[in-house]
Design a protein around this ligand. Structure first.
Ligand SMILES: CC(C)(COP(=O)(O)OP(=O)(O)OC[C@H]1O[C@@H](n2cnc3c(N)ncnc32)[C@H](O)[C@@H]1OP(=O)(O)O)[C@@H](O)C(=O)NCCC(=O)NCCS
Length: 178
């Protein structure tokens, strides 16, 4: 982890913290990317339901990052893909979310969290990783590309907004990415 930040595995006891952090990050990231009514409808209750659902039923691993003052600075969540490609590609991991507060951007924390997820996937026997990102979220796309992600597949949609997919064929390589 980057020295000015610390991180730990999150549990259901962190659901409230994650919901508030998630909402704050969404508000900072999506104001210009989501339609106004979709943006206005983002709510703490919905995020709290989401995070309780993650810990109670969906599963996967969640990491919470804190800044030097102990304030929640970002989080990352991945889980095993339901889709099994089989053959030599084996099973993969789905990066469900990686979000930092604006104050924590561009200090290496996102790269550290992505590499950590890749290492956790590797240790769980998964071979590849993928995620979806809003097509117009260009800073995040540049970040994924800088860490070796390749765009693949056709466009998707999230809350009516176009999305594109990125993938890494080899999580071991991603975990070691400089
Ligand atoms: C995307 C995100 C996780 C990246 O984390 P980060 O800590 O800011 O990125 P890092 O400092 O680890 O950057 C690693 C490299 O990625 C690239 N990169 C990161 N942000 C970039 C940007 N805004 N524009 C262009 N390249 C960027 C750079 O090559 C960078 O290396 P450098 O700083 O040495 O030039 C973070 O910016 C974030 O949380 N953004 C808001 C939420 C979001 O959009 N999440 C993704 C939703 S799918």
């Amino acid at each position: 982890m980057v020295s000015e930040f610390s991180s730990r595995a999150a549990t259901e006891a962190d659901a409230q913290t994650l919901a508030a952090l998630n909402l704050a990050c969404w508000r900072e990231t999506y104001e210009s990317l989501l339609p106004a009514e979709t943006f206005a409808a983002l709510s703490l209750e919905e995020r709290l339901d989401h995070w309780r659902g993650v810990f109670q039923t969906q599963g996967g691993r969640v990491t919470l990052a804190m800044d030097a003052a102990g304030e929640a600075a970002g989080f990352a969540h991945w889980r095993a893909h339901e889709l099994a490609l089989g053959g030599r590609l084996g099973r993969g991991g789905e990066i469900c979310a990686i979000y930092l507060r604006r104050s924590a951007l561009r200090r290496g924390l996102g790269g550290a969290l992505l590499r950590l997820m890749a290492e956790e996937m590797r240790a769980s026997g998964l071979k590849w990783a993928s995620l979806v990102v809003l097509r117009e979220n260009l800073p995040a796309r540049r970040f994924y590309e800088a860490l070796g992600g390749r765009r693949f597949g056709r466009e998707l949609s999230w809350r009516g907004v176009p999305q594109v997919a990125y993938g890494w064929r080899d999580v071991e390589r991603l975990a070691a990415h400089q």
